[in-house]
Design a protein around this ligand. Structure first.
Ligand SMILES: Nc1ncnc2c1ncn2[C@@H]1O[C@H](COP(=O)(O)OP(=O)(O)OP(=O)(O)O)[C@@H](O)[C@H]1O
Ligand SMILES: [Mg+2]
Length: 237
């Protein structure tokens, strides 16, 4: 089985990384793809929404070279929770997660592996970046987020990565959105920008608890379009 590894990243907090990573994982799993979702963020947001705080078999074990048994969320979606101690991992190489996914047999066993990194430039976010073939950079619709995204894109370009890169504007903070910021994103990232900003849709807690029941069809279809427009599904075939 050919596995595609995807991550949504940013070097600013609260840009919707965990939301987008979870939505992509759940949308693909609902379409019958086998998906492994990995929380690599010691802030435990995703782990908490799946009620797996303090669980065994964590991404800290995984990145330390231990083969872990993922938790089954649905029959198509597996999950590896994070551990607070991830913050204290010292001396890990930026390619360690990539190597462990390969050696542990996770690559080849799933259609997709989705990694949720912390919201700053550190060895854990770099491990997510170096393990992926597709990277989605999220930024909120404010000037400060635009500047943070520009700086991050510059850093990524300096890394000469061989990845498929997209930028997505998240417009969920309706009160804080700045129309000029959207224009700045459009001008700076014309080659990378996903055509539609993400609207206010649904909170993480709702996505992880009952995705099919709670999402109205209009929003669900928008999200499925989002995943398809990102060409995620086509590329794995
Ligand atoms: N499009 C959206 N619609 C509604 N709520 C959203 C949307 N995007 C993000 N949120 C909410 O905003 C908060 C922050 O989102 P999220 O946790 O996905 O960001 P993050 O980038 O992963 O943050 P962190 O850097 O802390 O990991 C969450 O409460 C989430 O439910
Ligand atoms: Mg997060």
């Amino acid at each position: 089985m050919k596995t595609q590894t995807i991550t949504t990243v940013s070097t600013k907090g609260g840009t919707g990384k965990t939301t987008v990573n979870t939505l992509i994982a759940e949308t693909l799993a609902a379409e019958g793809k086998r998906v492994l979702l990995i929380d690599l963020d010691p802030n435990l947001t995703m782990t908490q929404t799946f009620n797996l705080v303090m669980a065994n078999n964590t991404s800290k074990d995984l990145i330390s070279g231990i083969t872990v048994q993922p938790y089954s969320i649905t029959n198509k979606l597996d999950f590896i929770p994070a551990d607070l101690d991830l913050s204290f991992l010292a001396n890990i190489m930026d390619t360690q997660l990539k190597n462990c996914l390969q050696k542990g047999g996770y690559i080849g066993n799933y259609d997709y592996i989705i990694i949720d990194p912390p919201g700053h430039w550190c060895s854990l976010s770099r491990n997510a970046i170096f393990a992926c073939q597709k990277m989605i950079v999220t930024g909120n619709c404010s000037k400060i987020d635009f500047y943070a995204t520009s700086k991050f894109m510059q850093t990524l370009q300096n890394c000469c990565l061989d990845v498929d890169l997209s930028v997505v504007v998240n417009q969920f903070k309706t009160k804080l959105n700045e129309p000029e910021a959207l224009e700045m994103y459009q001008n700076a990232f014309a080659d990378y920008l996903y055509k539609e900003p993400i609207p206010q849709c649904v909170t993480l807690k709702k996505i992880t608890s009952q995705p099919d029941l709670i999402l109205p069809a209009r929003i669900k279809n928008k999200l499925i379009d989002f995943v398809h427009e990102m060409s995620i599904t086509e590329e794995a075939e």
